[in-house]
Design a protein around this ligand. Structure first.
Ligand code: HAM
Length: 413
């Protein structure tokens, strides 16, 4: 028997309803904020991610699903930002006015060690706004992320916020970290010892306990920031305060991808255990230029759908909202009549189903119940002779006969 690949999931129909709900809410909110959907391909040239995320990023070093085809290497996309910037440049959005807001919903692939909340195929709901350096856009993105979470009815999340400053500031931060960590190498893991020379920012993300202890003891002041970046960050904070969006400034938050500059944020949920990030994002003001476009400030974020569902209130069983009508037709004559009735119900936008296994009335009623039907229509020889249909309300259990020609009116009211 074949089994699914480790780190992947079958999203079964009962769960798929919850996914559809999240997706529908997202699409509505994105359209409120005037974001438009983009659907880039799932495979890209691997070099796109090497270049965007950085050769020293864990994703690039260890987690890409690579496909070798003659001289070309493709990757299943591990994230959406790089693809969207590539699509923005390739499809001439800069020439078409420059500023563009996109959203995307779809699968991402990372060859990670699977565990609770960490999959090899997972799904993002993400947004990217490209073409502006203004702090108002940072506020818009954080407000959008917060609005989405509220509309998903998720509570108990925390937004952590920081700024890496511009490329110069980031270099200064890297140097400061290198200086402060130089005499702590004995306490750092072998990987972080390598990171110290290659990219010390990664040390702040290390999950090893001894490294976390070292990082906890580091004092990081905002001295590495230039006046413009300080002003930008203060404006972002003022905007969030005025919109009453809760956040916490976290100087240790740096994010594990090279493209970030300026504002960065991570949203965590207190009930998710080790993998507690439900979403993350930030500015990537240099990426468009680095991938061959003109200078264009940009910012985005992505939520992990699987983790959003883990953080969602469990009572919200969307299955209960189903409005299914179930038809039980007993005998050949009733069945051919039922065929036409079913077509009529569907023509009138009434979700409906019937028994295809020739069950007894008891078995068919049990199935109607299992499917969450609110109403059962029963037709047998008796009903056919009288020109009626028996209606059973599945919630109250009340049963009554209705004239066949009045059935649609009765169901609709
Ligand atoms: P990321 O932090 O790598 O950022 O991923 C965003 C979210 O995806 C995480 O917070 C988490 O909820 C979810 N996630 C990541 N990896 C996994 C996994 N293996 N299994 C389950 N869920 C996972 C990005 O990908 C950036 N592109 C976000 C961004 C958009 N920055 C700017 N624009």
């Amino acid at each position: 028997m074949f089994k699914r690949v480790s780190g992947t999931k079958d999203i079964l129909p009962d769960e798929a309803i919850l996914w559809q709900r999240l997706e529908e809410i997202s699409r509505n909110i994105f359209s409120l904020y005037n974001f438009r959907e983009i659907r880039p391909p799932l495979i890209e040239e691997a070099a796109l991610f090497n270049r965007s995320l950085g050769e020293s990023a864990e994703i690039v070093k260890k987690q890409m699903f690579l496909i070798q085809n003659k001289d070309e290497t493709y990757a299943l996309r591990p994230e959406g930002t790089a693809s969207i910037v590539r699509a923005y440049i390739e499809n001439n959005f800069q020439k078409l006015g420059g500023f563009a807001k996109f959203y995307y919903i779809g699968p991402m692939f990372r060859l990670e060690r699977p565990q609770k909340g960490r999959l090899r195929q997972f799904h993002h709901i993400g947004a990217e706004a490209i073409g502006s350096l203004e702090p108002e856009l940072d506020i818009e993105m954080l407000s959008l992320a917060d609005t989405l979470l509220r509309n998903f009815s998720i509570e108990g999340y925390k937004i952590r916020l920081n700024t890496l400053g511009c490329a110069n500031d980031k270099d200064k931060l890297v140097e400061t970290l290198r200086k402060n960590l130089k005499n702590k190498t004995a306490a750092l893991c072998p990987e972080c010892n390598k990171r110290l020379s290659i990219n010390p920012l990664r040390i702040l993300d290390c999950k090893n306990e001894p490294c976390k202890e070292v990082v906890k003891g580091l004092k990081i002041s905002n001295e590495y920031l230039c006046a413009d970046c300080k002003k930008h960050f203060n404006k972002v904070r003022e905007g969030l305060d005025s919109l009453k969006i809760d956040y916490e400034v976290s100087p240790h938050l740096v994010r594990g991808l090279d493209y970030y500059t300026g504002t960065v944020f991570e949203i965590s949920h207190n009930e998710l255990g080790a993998q507690d990030a439900i979403g993350a994002g930030g500015r990537y003001n240099n990426l468009v230029k680095e991938l061959g476009g003109a200078c264009a400030g940009a910012i985005g974020f992505a939520f992990g759908i699987e983790r959003l569902l883990m953080a969602s209130p469990k009572k919200e069983e969307a299955a209960l909202e189903k409005k299914l009508v179930y038809l039980i037709a007993l005998g050949d004559k009733a069945r051919s009549y039922g065929l036409k009735l079913l077509a009529e119900l569907r023509k009138n936008n009434i979700p409906s189903d019937t028994d295809y296994e020739n069950k007894s009335i008891k078995g068919a009623l049990r199935q109607a119940n299992d499917l969450g039907a609110w109403l059962v229509l029963i037709i047998g020889d008796n009903e056919l002779a009288k020109g009626v249909i028996t209606l059973k309300d599945m919630l109250s259990g009340v049963q009554k006969e209705i004239k066949a020609e009045d059935i649609l009116k009765e169901i609709k009211c």
